[in-house]
Design a protein around this ligand. Structure first.
Ligand SMILES: Cc1cc2nc3c(=O)[nH]c(=O)nc-3n(C[C@H](O)[C@H](O)[C@H](O)COP(=O)(O)O)c2cc1C
Length: 390
């Protein structure tokens, strides 16, 4: 399963092609649109979200709500395009009154992008480096989420901190899977704790007042996984490396931890590794989940729990110093319309990246032509490991 996206932030559309999807998979347009709405929401988002109401258009690969096993082409309209038709036109001359972006923002792709591509207008970089592109990632991964649901797998995410406002947890690696029964989506910061949510929102209010921006941390939790997805045979086979690559592809993600993560480095081995027991009903299980569901580059069958750190948004209403690339003089960085905090949205994007990697891991293990064969293969694998643990 692969996907490719195209589209500028203020172009007419975002488009995506998802290939390698098995035939016979039921797809719900509503579920994909619901995820797109979740990516758009969150306390501290900028004015752009009021303009856009992301909806998916399917151009190929699905008939009467079921995949055909052919490439799925998707499109999302950029409603803001109507305000940019002259400035973002594919052909013709640039308008005489075009204002070039010449004050690159520290923390964004602006400066390094123009050096890389030999450009004189940061807009030629920021239009694609913008996280608007992640809307199409969410849509494309909607297909992967539907596939995983058929495998009995469920993915959700929740925010653990925004700035210095923290949701304190005792043992998230055992407790977090139960959070899915709490209503995370009613919190405007997508945190399961009401008190912590209020503190996070207050931190965002304060940052906004001060012309600041905030980052934060969040977890992606996956339940219902079988053991032995991924591989130990080589670096690229390791699910850990595939997930790491996918999650670090999200703009502004600066840290990814599996289970205990960095904390594991500070503890002795007996406090880190998850003891193996044989349960009458469930077979091999663990008494703890410090590994976050991965061992030797493969799933253990325990919930997968990944924690991510997002840096603060680079665009500031109280801008940092930069250099004007025309005059080479000191200047204030550009002030694009921007989010103050996008941590709850980034968590939705991270769910999507995780979904894609896991869907591929299932396909690699169980085949990829049709859901009928894949489901049968999954059942026979489950039977084999059940027999083995008896
Ligand atoms: C969901 C989401 C929304 C974002 N919104 C903005 C934004 O409104 N303004 C902005 O300057 N950066 C925003 N960012 C962050 C930039 O995309 C990111 O900092 C930039 O691409 C540089 O990323 P890098 O430091 O990982 O290279 C957002 C990121 C995500 C994941």
């Amino acid at each position: 399963m692969e996907f490719v996206t195209a589209g500028e932030s203020h172009g007419p559309q975002l488009v995506g092609i998802v290939s390698g999807i098995p035939a016979g998979l039921a797809i719900s347009e509503q579920s994909i649109n619901a995820d797109l709405a979740r990516r758009q929401s969150g306390y501290g988002r900028g004015g752009r979200q009021a303009i856009e109401h992301d909806r998916i258009t399917v151009l190929s690969g699905i008939r009467f709500g079921t995949t055909l096993g052919t490439p799925i082409a998707l499109a999302i309209e950029n409603k803001d395009w109507k305000n940019w038709t002259d400035r973002m036109a594919a052909f013709g001359e640039a308008p005489a009154n075009l204002v070039r972006e010449v004050t690159p923002r520290p923390g964004h792709a602006d400066l390094v992008g123009i050096l890389k591509n030999d450009m004189e207008d940061c807009r030629n970089i920021l239009e694609r480096a913008s996280a608007r592109e992640t809307a199409m990632r969410v849509a494309a991964a909607g297909i992967a989420k539907e596939f995983l649901a058929q495998m009995g797998v469920d993915i959700f995410s929740y925010v653990t901190s925004i700035g210095d406002a923290i949701f304190e947890e005792e043992d998230p690696f055992m407790d977090a899977p139960d959070y899915k029964t709490l209503d995370i989506e009613t919190s405007e910061v997508r945190c399961p704790d009401e008190e912590a949510s209020k503190r996070m929102m207050a931190a965002i209010d304060k940052a906004k007042e001060e012309g600041e921006s905030l980052g934060g941390t969040f977890r992606v939790v996956v339940t219902g996984l079988i053991p032995a997805l991924g591989g130990f045979e080589s670096g690229p086979e390791r699910l850990t490396s595939q997930l790491g690559q996918a999650l670090f592809s999200i703009p502004a993600i600066k840290g990814v931890e599996f289970g205990l993560g960095f904390e594991a480095a500070r503890k002795p081995g007996s406090h880190v590794h998850d003891e193996i027991v044989l349960d009458d009903k469930q077979g091999f299980i663990r008494t703890s989940n410090n590994a976050g569901g991965l061992e030797g580059g493969m799933t253990t069958g325990m919930p997968l729990i990944v924690t991510l750190a997002m840096k603060p948004i680079p665009t500031l209403t109280n801008p940092l110093q930069t250099v004007n690339i025309d005059t080479l003089e000191v200047a204030e960085a550009s002030k694009e319309r921007s989010d103050v905090c996008a941590v709850p949205a980034a968590a939705v994007v991270a769910e999507s990246e995780v979904a894609f990697v896991l869907a591929n891991a299932y396909l690699k293990k169980f085949g990829c032509d049709t859901m009928t064969d894949i489901k049968q293969n999954l059942q026979s694998f489950k039977q084999r490991i059940k027999t083995m643990s008896r």
